[in-house]
Design a protein around this ligand. Structure first.
Ligand code: FPP
Length: 247
């Protein structure tokens, strides 16, 4: 079934270069089963594997996963600890296979806030997979888009103060070059699971013209089939970037 969808993606049109995903619904998935929230996060790891493999199969260039927001630091300490430990498990366990598949892992976010062990594990996978020529996997960890924009503004202000940049030289390109995603095309498609319709402080600059796809599927149930369906729906849309349709 998913092979069928995969074939249709290739026939139907352009594959999005960059897909971003807000992985949501782990807590509800666990609650439905009478389990603690951590159980949902653990099950969500399998869905991460599905998304990464599916993205590689259809030739997506960049996949950005929102794994942990800056706001998530305010969750109960036990849940934060469980999420950090899962991230560590994921990067340690998948390191070898991702490298073999040519996946280049990058981390976007305020990694200085991570604990020593998590930071080391994350640094390790980034270094180990550097130069991979297949999928680029951005893991957004301790990430907040407003924060990213403020940091970019501060970096440009610094350059102006040092006399290496004129205010008049600041344009969209110079600004975007200061963001974590400087090397990436903007996302073509944003997927949010669990039926929510919010951006939640995710890639506010980069999503300006992104197509949005929401699905009621809770993240732990997300499979490559859901990814392929989102891409097929994307391919049926007409992207105009604020212009009129081509005749
Ligand atoms: C949102 O569900 C999900 C998260 C805050 C964390 C996402 C983390 C994972 C999928 C696990 C590990 C990730 C990687 C990259 C290995 P929620 O807790 O807000 O769910 P709810 O809205 O139903 O409460």
């Amino acid at each position: 079934m998913s092979a069928d969808l995969q074939a249709r993606i290739r026939i139907d049109g352009d594959v999005p270069r960059h897909v971003a995903i807000i992985m949501d619904g782990n807590g509800r998935w666990a609650k439905e089963r009478g389990k603690p929230r951590e159980h949902g996060h653990r099950a969500g790891m399998q869905a991460v594997r599905e998304a990464v493999e599916g993205a590689g199969e259809v030739g997506i260039e960049v996949l950005t996963l929102f794994a942990f927001s800056k706001e998530n630091w305010h969750r109960p300490p036990g849940e934060v600890k469980a999420l950090m430990s899962l991230l560590e498990t994921y990067v340690r366990r998948e390191r070898k296979e991702l490298k073999e598949k040519g996946v280049e892992v990058r981390v976007i976010g305020d990694t200085a806030r991570l604990g020593r062990m998590t930071r080391a594990a994350v640094r390790d996978i980034v270094e180990h997979t550097r130069g991979g020529t297949g999928l680029r996997l951005n893991l957004a960890i301790s990430y907040g888009a407003r924060d990213e924009i403020v940091s970019a503004a501060r970096a440009l202000a610094d350059r102006v103060q040092r006399g290496t940049l004129l205010p008049a030289e600041i344009d969209e390109e110079t600004f975007a070059a200061e963001l974590f995603t400087a090397k990436d095309p903007d996302p073509d498609l944003l997927i949010r699971t669990s039926g929510e319709h919010r951006i939640s402080n995710f890639m506010l600059w980069q999503l300006a013209y992104t197509e949005l796809h929401t699905t009621p599927v809770l993240w732990p149930d997300f499979t490559r089939k859901d990814l392929f369906e989102a891409i097929l729906e994307y391919q049926r849309r007409e992207r105009r970037f604020g212009r009129v349709a081509a005749s």
